[in-house]
Design a protein around this ligand. Sequence first.
Ligand SMILES: [Zn+2]
Length: 417
Amino acid sequence: MYHDHPLVAHSVMTKVIECVLGPSYFYHRRLIEASKGWSVKEIREYQETRFQRLIRRYGDEITQKDDYRRNLRRYTHWNVPPLAHTVRTGGTSGQPLTFQADTFARRQKERAYLFDIWSQIGYAPGDLRVCYRGEIHGGLVRFDRFENAWLVSPGATLEQELGRLRQWLRTVPPFFLHVHASSLFTFIDLVGESLFRSLPIRGVIAGSEAFPVAEQQRFEQEFGIRVAHWYGHSEYAALAYCCRECRGFHFYPTYGHVEFLPSETEDCLRVIASSFNRIGTQFVRYDTGDLAVAPAGSCTVNHFSRADAIVGRVGETFVDSSGRRRSLFGYIFGDEKSVLWDQIRDLQVVQEKAGRLRVRLVVNPGVDRDQIEQIFERRMPMVSLEFEYVPSIERSPSGKRRYFVDAMEEDTSGSYH
Ligand SMILES: [Zn+2]
């Protein structure tokens, strides 16, 4: 472990980081700024031109994940290396997907939008972050120089390592804490609330999964730390930031096209997204599997499309061998680039007993089961795992696949079937 000097020459650092980001980053940053002043008509014009181009090329049918699985080439434009590369997603529904993405522009575009979201709590490109999310290799804590971020490995936060983690945290200069929404509370629990309160945390960056507004506000009031939260998904077709004024989600009109269509779930709309990228897989009227609540009031901040809430993505927690509650999301879906997603078609995790998880897997033919099990065991040494290979995983009555079943809780409430 070594210490860098992240706060030294901060503005120089910001400029250096931005230079590395390249032309797409600056293009999108300018576009984001401009779009915030656009009228409803200007937004519609920008979106329609791009949306109609997609419809002309691919038709106007609503598409599902399976359409891209079966017909990836049909939906992929300019699939020429090195212009495009393969992206694998674990997907929050537990059903992985592989597609092609723009090698050069995508990362820069993502950065432009994420930095805009994070800037709402005072983040500037290059500011120091401590990340507690995903699968991190190389021990409990390591420093990523390019990201200017300390990466804390959730898989390494075993009981006997917590003292070292706490000691190290006391030495970190002011930082933004980057977590999955539900692992924020796991993190507080791991380091202890009084130490957490004493840390120089400038803000919390929490995306990737649902973070109910009431919970966000309670956290902000209780700890005096602001939260940046957003809704996005691994197919990169829609992105919305959680607005500090109306506490709803504003969809960036220049990122992708979003439609809200009726669903079978009461008061909820399906989020249908079309991507604006020119290279790689183009998602067209793609059913994201997520549900939104239509906005009740208006918001004066800008004219972006809005939703009051995004539902259908819930942060679930399990109980480890020491009796500690941890968010499952990060452990299972934290590393979307893992070879795991080439081998697994579907999965579900069931907890019937504290300290024990049953991992139900639908795998591709001919996969190496030992390798799959080893990957999970490496990621989750704090709980004992049992593996079950099944032909398919049942869907819930609403059509949603539950990736986590907490049978302990449901047993006591009597609602588990
Ligand atoms: Zn708003």
